[in-house]
Design a protein around this ligand. Structure first.
Ligand SMILES: *Cc1c(COP(=O)(O)O)cnc(C)c1O
Length: 395
């Protein structure tokens, strides 16, 4: 039997995935599971989704042939410009999809959790767009670290609630959001920001983000007279931009998929977020997947210079892609990512998010053939990372 890289009817990707949730949460997740496929398949849903992606987000994003970069690396490099999306990254593709679903389920109160604040901003944005109440849970420490994004969320009308327990970071914010959802099962929709969480979230988010690979196919046909590149490269935090960039190529094994994780200060340094390489199977956010943990199963604090890759787990689809070797996983250090980021600015006039710079750094680690078509998903723009660039390079 051919291996499937998509979710099965029980919510699993191979041995990963599922919905490991407290019983109190079961009705909410079950409602979503029963309805997400039928609602999102409705013509009126598809029309509204695609019209907002076009008119509000600015899609399709260009598939840009990076001429100078290609000359430097002696191969054909295309950049999928998710950095040009409204709010500066791919995350809005997903929040648009989920808020339309929330509306159709009759929910008028939206909750979310956020680490670096990027998903909080993308959620607050679509709540403002739809006039819905928005509560974003965020660790107290993250609130201090990410002041500009907290200000953005407030400007957009969201309430930012601090999570004050535990390490006061993302996983604590997630716990608070889950507690809220249990207490408000009827009117509340929980917008999750990556291909993580209990089934059906990973599949639902992957489908919303799959617009990325759908566009890559159409655009490559124009540029190269083929729908299929030789390589697709994307960075992985939870895995949503990679899932979207890989989605329509999953079953075409002639397309090589490269998932790029953050090695932080080095895979063996104890300060990294190279989840697939260092992780063991466990349950996080209601999903069975690879995650970084201690001997006795306590989740390890991840580290990366890029806030968006600083996540202790990886979505179940990616665990499966890793296990089956369908995707190659490469870990890139802080230093290599920062160098690749500033190199893109100087070579192409594009300042990438540091997350995306991890994907670019693969160009230095792998040799591609001159005729290879290499698509790199540029998940976001670097404006939010300016201070990190300034401090790192003494600009
Ligand atoms: C959040 C973020 C990521 C990581 O999230 P994924 O779900 O793995 O895509 C990557 N790049 C940017 C620019 C981000 O904001």
């Amino acid at each position: 039997m051919k291996t499937s890289y998509n979710v099965d009817e029980n919510g699993f990707y191979g041995e990963f995935g599922g919905a490991f949730i407290p019983e109190m949460l079961y009705p909410n997740v079950e409602e979503l599971r029963q309805q997400y496929l039928s609602i999102t398949a409705e013509a009126s849903f598809q029309d509204e989704f695609h019209s907002l992606l076009k008119e509000y987000v600015g899609r399709p994003t260009p598939l840009y042939f990076a001429k100078r970069l290609s000359e430097e690396f002696k191969t054909k490099i295309y950049l999928k410009r998710e950095d040009l999306c409204h709010t500066g990254a791919h995350k809005i593709n997903n929040t648009i999809g989920q808020i339309l679903l929330a509306k159709r389920l009759g929910k008028n109160r939206i909750i979310a959790e956020t680490g670096a604040g990027q998903h909080g901003v993308a959620t607050a944005t679509v709540c403002a767009l739809m006039g819905l109440q928005c509560i974003v849970y965020m660790g107290e420490i993250d609130i201090e670290r990410q002041a500009p994004n907290v200000a953005r969320m407030k400007m957009l009308g969201a309430e930012v609630r601090p999570a004050t327990s535990g390490s006061k970071t993302l996983k604590d914010a997630t716990n608070e959001a889950i507690r809220d959802w249990i207490n408000n099962p009827l009117d509340t929709f929980y917008i999750i920001g990556s291909v993580v969480g209990p089934h059906p979230y990973p599949d639902m988010v992957a489908r919303f983000q799959s617009v990325i690979s759908e566009e890559i196919q159409k655009q490559l046909l124009e540029h190269e007279n083929t729908e299929n590149p030789d390589y697709v490269i994307a960075c992985v935090g939870g895995g949503s931009n990679a899932a979207g960039a890989f989605y329509h190529f999953l079953d075409n094994e002639s397309v090589n998929l490269i998932a790029v994780e953050a090695a932080g200060k080095g895979v063996d340094s104890g300060e990294s977020a190279a989840t697939s390489i260092l992780g063991k199977i466990g349950v996080i956010h209601g999903s069975k997947t690879l995650l970084m943990q201690t001997q006795d199963g306590q989740i390890t604090e991840p580290y990366s210079i890029s806030a968006g890759l600083d996540y202790p787990g990886v979505g179940p689809m990616h665990s499966h892609l890793f296990k089956t070797k369908r995707a190659e996983f490469i870990a890139i250090t802080d230093d290599d990512a920062m160098k690749a980021g500033i190199a893109l600015a100087k070579t192409e006039g594009i300042i990438p998010a540091i997350e995306s710079a991890h994907a670019l750094a693969v160009l230095h680690q792998k040799i591609f053939k001159p005729e290879d078509v290499v698509v790199i998903n540029l998940s976001g723009r670097g404006d939010k990372d300016l201070n990190t660039y300034i401090n790192y390079f003494n600009l």
